[in-house]
Design a protein around this ligand. Sequence first.
Ligand code: ATP
Length: 376
Amino acid sequence: MGDGVAPRLAIEGLTRRFDGRAVVDGVSMAIEAGQVSCLLGPSGCGKSTTLRLIAGVDWPDAGRIHVDGQPVVDGAARVPPERRGIGLMFQDFALFPHLTVADNVAFGLPRRDPGTAARVRDLLDRVGMTHHAAAYPHQLSGGEQQRVALARALAPRPRILLMDEPFSGLDDRLRDDIRDETLAVLKAEGTAVLLVTHDPAEAMRMADEILLMREGRIVQRGAPYTIYNNPVDLQAAAFFSDLNVIRGRVQGALTQTPFGPFLAPGVPDGTEVDIAIRPQHLAIDFDRAGRGPLPTASHGDAARGIVERARFIGAVSLVELRMEHDGSLLKAAVPSVFLPRPGTPLWVMFRRDRCFVFPRGQAARPQDPQNQSRAA
Ligand SMILES: Nc1ncnc2c1ncn2[C@@H]1O[C@H](COP(=O)(O)OP(=O)(O)OP(=O)(O)O)[C@@H](O)[C@H]1O
């Protein structure tokens, strides 16, 4: 929000209860024109219910929704779905099978308006479907149908586009291309987009801002880079990748571990902490007759482990190491030129700037809207 201009979509304190349980619980957000926000969270956390409330096919128990500063849900004000200027796009495309591609795109537009044909042509061109204008949906591939569904959703120039897992029906390779193409079209249209997904990779690829949702609440919001690199708690960190976690206890603002001391500023003595690191941020080194690398400020001490399993998966190899000091298993993702044999001793280090230190069992306070980021 800036210069007194209201955001395209503003939501405050949105709450929806089913049988006394708040499945959407005080959700707030603001989305600007041309911005893509992703509501990201596990199945059942309340993402689709939030979209339904914004679309107007369900009513909240509390909260406000404004579009361009105008109330669509605010106390007694309740604008019906068709007058909200909100477009919808769902997983199953739902194209009309008896209409051609061009007629599907034209469906929500005034039929006799001279601008309609031009708008349809322009959108089909933008999604690369001009040569399929006269085809019927069953003659198209999944990716082509998805493009038509996007064109149809954008045709009436919605102020806001709500997308619920729109790419999940597509196979992996196609999905990446379609996501990028979709993003380009959305940016060109300047629509405000709220996209729901349970897939962190999708959210990171698409979003200007990620809203991380858990049990009906937004627990963290921020740019993909921020959320990935400064997760608000252990659960948020684990949502984005495999995670190695070692445990420790704080003494004098430090936690001593086999990987050296970790800073825990402001954490009271005796507090148990989880020190978390993603597999790609473990560093490994060869064993030189029972000796490893010397400690450094950036990597701390090395601890020894024995390779239990190593798998080549393309760009990286996944190496699982059984640690000698406590028998725990750590996972490292290393460049795939390296595939050690099971039984090989290796030294493991933690990249200090990539570790997260969290007091154990402490989840983020979800209703704190300032849960932006927290460095370890
Ligand atoms: N009409 C309803 N009546 C009762 N409970 C409902 C209703 N709609 C949704 N719920 C419950 O609300 C919770 C949130 O559902 P919602 O569909 O919003 O989750 P979601 O995050 O979109 O999950 P998914 O990714 O699996 O679609 C679930 O526990 C669901 O069972």
